[in-house]
Structure formats: structure tokens, C-alpha cells
Design a protein around this ligand. Structure first.
Ligand code: CA
Length: 478
């Protein structure tokens, strides 16, 4: 477009007819280029992930005690998914699904890895292709900021998984204040919460509260790469435990009596401020119409642990009830996806990969033997395609012996091994309170058979996880 500006200046200087005509032609060509690029699908992609955020803890889902004006604005300018799901009710498997676009049970990533930088087996299997790999083949520059949690060994490091830049930490959680960051690499298990942050491979000194540092880096990433297609994977660890918030933000929430909830609210608020700074930067750089932005939580709120609130949904983090898997979920793509209050059909975190890769024209880079499971949501959101994006969505939690399937409004689940199967109609019974499995055994059988068909394509977990820490310690003699 700078060519247009240069021409315009020349036209202003010598307003001859031929110069004016030339200006019009150049301007048209430039506009065609922009339109062509957009039709060919070259949006920047930003995926913002919150950690353990409850379904009802954002203004756009009705939260009253924690203002989230910037997330609400994102939802107002985009689309709020009321039936937005992740593929697993805890952190790492959910992220493995999101970043590969594939049900993570296909490749055995079904447990939270234990932090151990010496273990080259405990992480996102190297057979898998990430969204950063795929977008990278299409010329995108990719940055991972924040929590990684897909393996702590060098082979699993974001810079070895398609990302060009990294700022953050490798484990599943982290202390929020820099004075607690004392480990320069190494460590085992919970010690990972105290590592210095890494910039690419280097451990760096940092002064800011963690959430603010991540927001600052996200803004800088966007500014740095304003002139090329980019993919930013911004993973806040807020509001995951430990519950730690800056004093000045806590002051704003003095009206919340419950101390846990007060701290949680402050953590969510700092994250919302950071999202606000990032969106303001996109706006200032005039990139907001060229940028596809997703926001979601990696799993439902663990209400007991961090005082989150899943509202009317039954269950919490770890469960295949709605409270574990249905999350706050928004997409915004100004100028392409018309703003609307909500989209009600079930969608999945798997769809982020499919949407981004399709719109980036990068589908050809997906290995043919490892097909993705998600759906490009764009035609559904623009109204070009009717009906639901998915026939069914599936869940399995191997260690718990839990599983679920949702087809239309119907959901069949088994909460734990050896427990009875429960059948709910989610349109009539959002809170999963009235089990209909004995009244409608035929429907239950049909859903179970669909789930079993899906499960036959899955494999057992490929590595031990957090819940096997005793066994794992023996193995590593730690
Ligand atoms: Ca989580």
C-alpha cells in the first residue's frame, strides 16, 4: 500500500489526467491484491489460552463479580461459542489436541507429563505435526508465549516443534512472582514451577508479574512481525494455581469476601488487561481485520482448587461432565466473520487448527497419513454452510475409565470406570441432572456403539503422567 501512498503524493504534486489514471490503476491493483490475499486465506492467527478458567468466569458468559471488558469486547466483535469444547478435561492432553488438530488419544498423549527435562519420551510425540509446523510451511512466523506443557526435554521444546520464537516456561504451572524463580533449568516435578523464564533457549532475568510479562511479550511479537503473516500461541497460566496476584489488583477486588475467589478474580483481571493491550496493538497496527483471534480455556474450572465457577455446568476439571470440557470460547475475525451474539452448534478446540490451516492455505502441509480431526469453522460462521460442523464429538480419559460422546443435543457418558452410563439431552438439561439411559436404552446403545467405533482408532497412553508420580520416581530414582 506504500506504493499507493507514493502515487497519491505524486498525483497531488502534478494532478495531470494520466497521473490520476495511473493512481487509480495502481490503487485498484493494490486493493485486488489485498482482497485476493484474504480470499486465498492469509490471516494472522492468534490463539489465546487461559488455564483452568471456569465457564462462568468471563463477562460474556454472565460473570458478575469479575469484570472482563476486553474479553467481552472480543466476544462482542466476534462470536461466542456457547457449546465450545476442549478434547480433554486437563491441561496437557487438551493442548496436545489443540496444537495438532487431532484427538490426542490417536498418539497416546493422554496424561499430564511430569516435568523432567531429562526425559525424551514424556511429551508431544515427535511423530506429530503442530500448527506452527504447518503454518511455517506456508511462510508464517510462529511464536509460543507462556505455558508450554508438551514436554520439557529439548526435543519437545517449542523451537523444535515448529515455533520460531519462545518466551515462557516448559512445565504445567508456574509461580507468578519473579523472586520465586530460582532454577536455571534442570529440576524435577514441581521444581519446574520455579524455573527462570526462557527466551528461546536462554534463561532470562525477569522483573514483571508473570501474566504481565507474557502480555508484554505478546504485544512485542505482534509489533515485530506486523509485516509478515504470523501465528501467536499465547498461553497464560492464569488463573491456574498457585493463586498469586499483585497487591494493587487485589485491592480492586476487596468486595469479594472469599480470599481464594478474590485472588482468582485479580488473576483473571490481569489477564483480561493483557488481552486488552494485545487487541489495542492489533488495532493500532491496523491488523485487526487480517487477524483471526481465538480465546479459550484449556479445560473447565477446578472449582475447589482455584475458586473458579463453571456456572450451571455439572462437574469440573478432570470430569467428562460439561464442567470439565465445555469452556469459555470465542473467535473474532473482523471483516470476514460477522459479529453475532453466539453460535450454538458444538465446536471443538480441534477446529482451531483446521480453521487456521485452511484459511492460511496450508492444508497441503498436513501429512496425509496423520489427518486432522477438526473442521474449518469459517463457512459455518459466515453462513455459507448450514448445519452442525460435527456429527459427534468424543472424549476418553483412560486412567479414570471415563468417556463421553455428544451427538446433536444428546450426550452419553461414563463418569468413571465401573460406574453406570448416563444419558442426557443437553438442550433440555444443561446441568446433566436427569439421567435418561433407562428410559431410552436404544439411544444409549446407539451412542455407545458410535463411541466404541471412534475408540477403536485410539491407542493407549504413551507415557506415565502426574498421577503415576510414585512409579515414575522409582524409574528415575528421584
Ligand atoms: Ca488447565
Amino acid at each position: 500500500m506504500s506504493l499507493v501512498l507514493a502515487m497519491r503524493r505524486r498525483v497531488l504534486h502534478n494532478g495531470s489526467l494520466s497521473a490520476r489514471l495511473a493512481f487509480v490503476v495502481v490503487a485498484l491493483v493494490c486493493q485486488l491484491d489485498v482482497a485476493g490475499a484474504r480470499e486465498a486465506g492469509r490471516p494472522n492467527v492468534i490463539v489465546i489460552v487461559a488455564d483452568d478458567l471456569g465457564y462462568a468466569d468471563v463477562g460474556f458468559n454472565g460473570c458478575r463479580d469479575i469484570p472482563t471488558p476486553h474479553l467481552d469486547a472480543l466476544a462482542a466483535e466476534g462470536v461466542r461459542f456457547t457449546n465450545g469444547y476442549v478434547t480433554f478435561p486437563v491441561c496437557s492432553p487438551s493442548r496436545a489436541g489443540l496444537i495438532t488438530g487431532r484427538y490426542q488419544q490417536r498418539f497416546g498423549h493422554e496424561r499430564n507429563p511430569i516435568y523432567n527435562p531429562a526425559d525424551d519420551q514424556m511429551g508431544l510425540p515427535l511423530t506429530e505435526t503442530t500448527l506452527a509446523d504447518v503454518l511455517g510451511s506456508a511462510g508464517y512466523v510462529s511464536g509460543a508465549i507462556g505455558k508450554w506443557h508438551l514436554g520439557a526435554h529439548d526435543v519437545f521444546h517449542p523451537l523444535n516443534r515448529g515455533f520460531n520464537e519462545f518466551f515462557g516456561f516448559l512445565t504445567g504451572g508456574h509461580e507468578y512472582f519473579p523472586d520465586r524463580w530460582t532454577l536455571r533449568g534442570g529440576g524435577f516435578h514441581w521444581e519446574g514451577y520455579r524455573t527462570l523464564l526462557q527466551r528461546d533457549w536462554e534463561f532470562v532475568e525477569e522483573k514483571e508479574y508473570l501474566t504481565d510479562a507474557l502480555s508484554r511479550e505478546a504485544v512485542a511479537f505482534v509489533r515485530r512481525h506486523r509485516d509478515e503473516p504470523f501465528f501467536l500461541y499465547l498461553c497464560y497460566n492464569a488463573p491456574h494455581t498457585p493463586l498469586q496476584a499483585p497487591q494493587e489488583t487485589l485491592e480492586k477486588f476487596r468486595h469479594i469476601r472469599n480470599e481464594k475467589r478474590r485472588t482468582y478474580a485479580a488473576m483473571v483481571s490481569v489477564m483480561d488487561d493483557g488481552v486488552g493491550r494485545l487487541l489495542a496493538e492489533l488495532d493500532a497496527l491496523d491488523l485487526d481485520e487480517q487477524t483471526l483471534v481465538f480465546f479459550l480455556s484449556d479445560n473447565g474450572g477446578p472449582e475447589n482448587a482455584n475458586a473458579s465457577d463453571n456456572g450451571p455446568l455439572r462437574g469440573q476439571k478432570g470430569d467428562v461432565f460439561e464442567g470439565g470440557i465445555r469452556v469459555p470460547f470465542v473467535v473474532r475475525w473482523r471483516g470476514v466473520v460477522p459479529a453475532r451474539d453466539s453460535y450454538e452448534e458444538p465446536v471443538s478446540a480441534l477446529d482451531i487448527f483446521a480453521t487456521a490451516a485452511t484459511q492460511a492455505g496450508a492444508l497441503a502441509s498436513i501429512p496425509i497419513e496423520r489427518p486432522i480431526d477438526g473442521v474449518d469453522l469459517t463457512p459455518f460462521l459466515t453462513g455459507r454452510q448450514a448445519g452442525p460442523p460435527h456429527d459427534s464429538l468424543y472424549w476418553r480419559s483412560f486412567d479414570r475409565g471415563a468417556w463421553a460422546i455428544r451427538t446433536g443435543a444428546e450426550k452419553l457418558l461414563r463418569p468413571r470406570r465401573d460406574e453406570e452410563q448416563l444419558l442426557f439431552n443437553l438442550e433440555q438439561d444443561l446441568s446433566e441432572s436427569t439421567n435418561q439411559s433407562s428410559e431410552r436404552p436404544g439411544d444409549a446403545r446407539q451412542l455407545e456403539s458410535s463411541w466404541r467405533e471412534w475408540e477403536q482408532q485410539m491407542i493407549d497412553p504413551a507415557f506415565l503422567g502426574l498421577e503415576s508420580i510414585k512409579q515414575y520416581r522409582k524409574q528415575w530414582q528421584r
